[in-house]
Unconditional design. Structure first.
Length: 224
């Protein structure tokens, strides 16, 4: 039962032929990002949520996938140095990653991994460090983002939940925009308002909110 659950969590719905409804929703998000970026360029995008279990990691992974399908070079970075998940989704190693780069123990080419998806590379979290907040707010993190922007069209960063730790706001302050993932019937209005306030206090640019976990009729999704 545990293996089945892990397999279910590792799904990239944007690659499943039988899940056109979910794939279409992510393509809609991609289109909305284009419209949102007419006046301001969103090259580095943080994906976060109020709390754990809201679906931010799967949203980040699927969003990175659909953008890469548009022939853009995309880098997906697991900045959750406390409870990383991106390596599970792509079923890859996590011995060397972002944390090793930030402490000077690994070079850029050592942490960047090519995936089976064309135009999509990933950087996993690496080994969990004792000081995540200090690392993601360091000069080395700024250098990492500058290097990534030179090589990629879009950088998607999966961060910890905003209401759990400060890491997300620290990273958001260094990026072009934030997408907030909210799960239906789980996050209440007050939680979302608190997240918005914290992001504004950190001088982060909130692009918009993605409502996750909403069930739509399969025969009517085109009109919703």
């Amino acid at each position: 039962m545990r293996n089945n659950k892990k397999k279910q969590e590792s799904r990239l719905v944007t690659l499943e032929r039988g899940n056109k409804q979910a794939a279409e929703q992510f393509r809609t998000i991609r289109s909305n990002l284009h419209f949102a970026g007419i006046k301001k360029s969103y090259k580095s995008i943080v994906v976060t949520s109020p709390k754990s279990g809201d679906g931010k990691t799967m949203t980040a992974c699927n969003l990175a996938t659909v953008i890469a399908q548009e022939e853009k070079k995309v880098l997906l970075v697991d900045v959750d140095l406390r409870k990383p998940s991106v390596h599970h989704v792509f079923q890859t190693r996590n011995e060397v990653g972002l944390s090793q780069f930030l402490i000077g123990k690994a070079a850029w080419e050592e942490v960047r991994l090519h995936t089976y998806i064309s135009n999509l590379d990933i950087v996993t979290s690496g080994l969990i460090p004792p000081n995540p907040s200090e690392l993601v707010s360091s000069i080395q993190m700024k250098d990492f983002l500058e290097k990534a922007k030179e090589l990629y069209d879009v950088i998607i960063l999966d961060t910890p939940p905003v209401l759990v730790v400060t890491d997300a706001t620290l990273v958001a302050n260094q990026c072009d925009g934030v997408l907030l993932v909210v799960r239906a019937k789980k996050n209440d209005r007050k939680e979302v308002e608190r997240v918005k306030e914290q992001l504004q206090f950190a001088d982060a640019s909130l692009i918009g909110t993605i409502l996750n976990g909403v069930k739509l009729p399969k025969d009517n999704y085109y009109y919703r």
